[in-house]
Ligand binder design. Structure first.
Ligand code: SF4
Length: 266
């Protein structure tokens, strides 16, 4: 049985054809497409994961900023693929590397000494079942707020644009995580759950407590979307959605719809 995730569902929403290439045909481009923004984002995520793992293990020891930045540099160098795509004109890999360091530095200075919450887990997998469909996800960080006892679900974003708060209130990803946490942690059933979208480039957090009616609406949307995907699979009908995102699509070199659009523009 297919296990869906927020990113898998988003892939279909962005472009059904690229969804098919990636998840059904399992096409792997000869040269893997890795955009510099995503690469910087994964290096930042890896660094924060390391920071909070250390902080969880040794809550009384302070992790120095230099250690966090060293970790970032190590991840950047060790995991760097041979071909990183830089799409934005006038920018270099060094620009992004430095930007990542600045983001982490600002994060560290804002949140040190990291004692406001007790970290329960980092990169924890959750699984839920919605009307017979399996959905999973990985939570960046789950914590207990020491002041109010709330369970806090953190998601770290490295996007260059800030979304509308109203959009996030209805967002699917952290609603899935909230459902997963409720199921996995019955010992905290009496606690409020707060979801936190931390937009690191802007040093800005959005906090929400998602109510039952909002979670129910998200569940319904998920079921509708999965049924649409399964119908597309049944009919083998995955339409291309040509647009701005094609420039970041790992399948643009094999996509006839994109090629046709480039010819029309030329
Ligand atoms: S290039 Fe564009 S239209 Fe083609 S698969 Fe990718 S996102 Fe879809």
């Amino acid at each position: 049985m297919t296990v869906y995730s927020h990113s898998r569902l988003s892939a279909f929403e962005k472009c059904p054809l690229s969804y098919k290439y990636k998840y059904l045909d399992k096409i792997k481009p000869e040269v893997p497409f890795i955009g510099i923004e995503a690469y910087m984002g994964s290096a930042i995520h890896g660094s924060l994961e390391d920071l909070y793992k250390k902080q969880k293990r040794f809550p009384d020891e302070k992790v120095p900023l230099a250690q966090l930045l060293d970790k970032y540099e190590t991840i950047w160098k060790e995991k760097r693929p041979p071909d990183i795509k830089i799409i934005k004109e006038g920018t270099t890999e060094e620009d992004y590397f430095i930007q990542g360091k600045l983001i982490l530095t600002e994060y560290y200075q804002t949140h040190q000494p990291f004692s406001r919450e007790e970290t329960l887990s980092v990169e924890e997998r959750i699984d839920i079942n919605i009307e017979g469909f399996k959905v999973m996800g990985f939570i960046d960080r789950l914590a207990l707020n020491k002041e109010n006892g709330n369970l806090e679900i953190f998601d770290y974003k490295t996007s260059g644009t800030l979304p509308d708060a109203a959009f996030l209130q209805k967002d699917r990803q952290l609603s899935i995580y909230q459902m997963g946490v409720r199921k996995k942690y019955p010992q905290y059933a009496d606690r409020n759950v707060e979801v936190i979208y931390d937009y690191l480039k802007f040093n800005k957090e959005f906090r929400f407590q998602k109510m039952e009616d909002e979670i129910s609406a998200v569940k319904k949307d998920i079921v509708d979307l999965i049924q649409t995907i399964e119908l597309a699979s049944w009919e083998n009908d995955f339409k291309p959605r040509v647009g701005k995102l094609c420039r970041w699509c790992e399948f643009s070199e094999i996509c006839a719809a994109f090629e046709a659009s480039v010819r029309t523009d030329a």
